[in-house]
Design a protein. Structure first.
Length: 725
């Protein structure tokens, strides 16, 4: 029975993909998910930290080709032991127990653990912990330390799998104190967390890089030690640690053009006939769709110019930032250029080129605003996009200047809120703000920007090193011949581009200039809805019939299917199919098996709608009086014939209205799969908004389009319903 259920569950997720082989010399390094400042996902959605920077530098010195993933500490340890990964770099303390399992490098950081409390509940000695509960992450040096002293000081230990759960419990009062690595807590405090350290730290060990003991990758430890010794000698290691643990950040140059160390006049040799480059879909002025519905921007012009300079062929796709990242990681793309900041966390996953742009975050206000300094923001509300470096800056300085912060999920709604007066100011990347001003947004920037990071081209760690070399060579050549500055001036010049003859500030202008793009997105939406719903009908009818079958096994199978699929949010289901399954297959087979975004979206929508249709079928059949089945069977008619001739014709009439409703829901649900980068109607609208900032008018157009198409399809479905009845 169990084997049948497991086999069935595995059959729920069909995979339509073509696999590619991972380079044999690519080193797979695993790390923790969230252990700032050693590794963490920053506001720009890339992994950064001490460990990331160190691995990046070691790879540069030793010429490693590597890819870095962040499954979490326990999963990382198990991955190395199971042979799914080659090495681990995760703030792992070097202990005698671990050295029985891992071959570990020389240590790169001496850590201390320390007790932290909320600011309102100070604890200055271990004696004050008597009768209290102390939180600690499971399997850490801090836990081992607390276990040794808990009887002496009379406190209780509560363990957590992740740091965020521990700190949330501390904030909620579920634990009275927490113990963690001192740099981790200090970093959390610097990020504005309600934490306080009132005790000295306890030296508990040192961190090291590790590989499975006795594996063929033990040579990596030797090479790591050699590179580490060089980094200690030239001060690189100290610089990396100071970068993430210093009490105040070092101010860097505000220049938008970072220095290039690569000499001009060089060329590299392409390895492939064509390189696939992934990018964002809407991040003007770096990448956006122009009036001709073609992708343009600094990133687009730059990568094309470099390809021409270096003599390689490229194919560019624009699935969106998150989807582009996953495309590179899953092998669907060879490289990525998408206004992506270079961070320590991202260096664990990507190899970066030399930076091609240094970005600033800058405050913007309306033209009539009297705000001229951060002090003027006291008591006012500042808007910022969630998860950005601008948000990090505002949070760090909130208590200093006394403003309130309102977060937005996208730039268009943030800019609209500034215009409507619901926020007094906004903070965003300087080139993005300047582009918005050039597009007619009535804003000004009264305060000088603050550095927020370098932007660079990236490839999956350990792959396509020739792409990085060609990008660096091309960038140096473009700077030398002036082409680079021409590209920047084209998009960042204060002079507004009036090349378009269509006024996109009107609904008619928007339609006139973007109707082809909207029709393309609408076509994908309708295709996705129709195909997925047709498949869902088949799935739903099969499992709906199973649910009323006299065979118990079939009823159980149907119940499991419906509960599992309905219990998973559609967005998560789509993400699991598009990104999760290829990563799972790669870990199992060593081969990359990317799935097309349209196929992944179709599968997700089909399964999701199929589960609901199964319940509609079950309800329709059970709505037919049970006496009709009994009467038919008593006359000697078989169960199958009774269902076909008597029960289903009546049940179909009951089910039809619900089928129509489910189709409407499926059509609306197509907007959700835009999260995996599929450019359907809703995503198309967002892309247009990113170019012209006409969010209200564009969303009104989208609303009307959805209303019209849903109304027409609903009327058609109802006519079919009447005919069948």
């Amino acid at each position: 029975m169990k084997k049948k259920i497991i086999a069935f569950l595995l059959a729920l997720f069909p995979i339509f993909a073509l696999g590619t082989t991972t380079h044999a010399d690519t080193i797979k390094i695993v790390s923790d998910t969230a252990y700032a400042p050693f590794e963490f996902k920053d506001s720009d959605q890339t992994y950064k930290g001490i460990d990331v920077d160190i691995i990046n530098k070691v790879a540069d010195i030793k010429g490693w080709e590597y890819e870095m993933s962040f499954p979490g500490f326990d999963a990382a340890v198990n991955a190395v032991q199971a042979g799914q990964a080659d090495a681990i770099m995760a703030g792992m303390t070097k202990t005698a127990e671990r050295e029985k399992v891992f071959t570990m490098s020389d240590t790169y950081y001496d850590t201390k653990v320390v007790i932290a409390t909320t600011k309102a509940n100070t604890i200055k000695s271990y004696d004050q912990l008597k009768g209290k509960t102390v939180g600690v992450k499971n399997g850490t040096a801090a836990q081992r330390f607390l276990e040794k002293i808990k009887d002496k000081y009379g406190f209780t230990i509560k363990t957590f799998d992740t740091g965020d759960l521990m700190y949330n419990s501390l904030a909620a009062g579920a634990v009275d104190a927490a113990m963690d690595d001192q740099p981790v807590i200090e970093y959390a405090i610097s990020q504005g967390q309600d934490l306080k350290i009132s005790m000295k730290g306890e030296a508990v060990g040192s961190f090291a890089f590790g590989v499975k003991k006795g594996s063929k990758y033990e040579y990596l430890v030797t090479e790591f030690n050699e590179a580490l010794a060089q980094m200690k000698k030239d001060g690189t290691l100290k610089d990396i640690i100071n970068k993430w643990t210093a009490t105040s950040s070092t101010t860097s140059s505000n220049s938008a053009v970072p220095e290039t160390t690569t000499k001009s006049g060089q060329k590299a040799t392409p390895v492939k006939a064509k390189y696939t480059i992934a990018s964002d879909s809407s991040f003007a002025p770096f990448v956006f769709q122009n009036d001709s519905n073609k992708y343009t921007g600094i990133d687009m012009d730059l990568i094309k110019a470099i390809a021409e300079d270096q003599g390689f062929t490229l194919e560019i796709s624009n699935p969106g930032f998150d989807a582009a990242i996953n495309a590179v990681q899953s092998g669907q793309a060879d490289g990525m250029i998408a206004g992506m900041s270079v961070t320590e966390a991202r260096k664990e996953t990507f190899d970066f080129s030399e930076p091609y742009y240094t970005a600033n975050s800058i405050l913007a206000v309306t033209e009539s605003s009297t705000i001229s300094s951060y002090d003027d923001l006291k008591g006012k509300t500042v808007g910022v996009k969630n998860g950005t470096s601008s948000q990090t800056f505002l949070v760090e300085n909130q208590s200093k200047y006394g403003y309130k912060i309102k977060t937005f999920s996208d730039g268009s709604s943030m800019y609209d809120s500034l215009n409507s007066g619901s926020v007094a100011a906004i903070m965003d990347d300087e080139p993005v703000v300047k582009y918005a001003i050039n597009q007619g947004k009535k804003m000004k920037t009264p305060i000088e920007g603050t550095p927020s990071g370098n932007l660079a081209f990236a490839v999956k760690k350990g792959t396509n090193p020739e792409l990085i070399e060609m990008f660096n060579n091309g960038l140096a050549n473009l700077k030398a011949n002036g082409k680079y500055q021409e590209i920047l001036d084209k998009y960042l010049s204060a002079k507004k581009d009036n090349s378009t003859t269509v006024d996109e500030t009107t609904i008619w202008g928007l339609l006139q200039n973007n109707y082809k793009q909207l029709l393309s997105g609408l076509g994908i939406t309708i295709s996705l809805a129709l195909i997925s719903f047709a498949i869902a009908m088949v799935i739903g009818i099969i499992f709906g019939m199973f649910s009323v079958s006299p065979i118990k096994v079939l009823r159980i199978i149907s119940e499991i299917f419906v509960d599992v699929i309905r219990g998973i949010p559609l967005m998560i289901l789509a993400a699991f199919i598009f990104w999760g399954i290829p990563n799972f297959l790669e870990s199992m087979t060593g081969q990359q098996s990317p799935i097309n975004d349209f196929v992944a979206g179709t599968i997700a929508l089909s399964l999701n709608a199929g589960a609901y249709i199964a319940e509609i079928v079950r309800g329709g059949i059970q709505a037919v009086p049970v006496g009709q089945m009994e009467a038919s069977r008593s006359l000697g008619i078989s169960y199958g014939k009774t269902m076909r001739k008597i029960i289903l014709p009546q049940a179909t009439k009951i089910m039809l209205p619900n089928f129509v409703n489910q189709f409407v829901i499926a059509l609306k649900d197509t907007t959700i799969v835009s999260a995996i980068g599929l450019v359907e109607l809703f995503q198309t609208g967002k892309i247009i908004i990113a170019r012209n900032y006409q969010s209200f008018k564009m969303y009104a157009i989208l609303a009307v389009l959805y209303l019209v198409i849903i109304t027409l399809l609903t009327r058609l479905a109802k006519r079919l319903e009447k005919r069948i009845k």
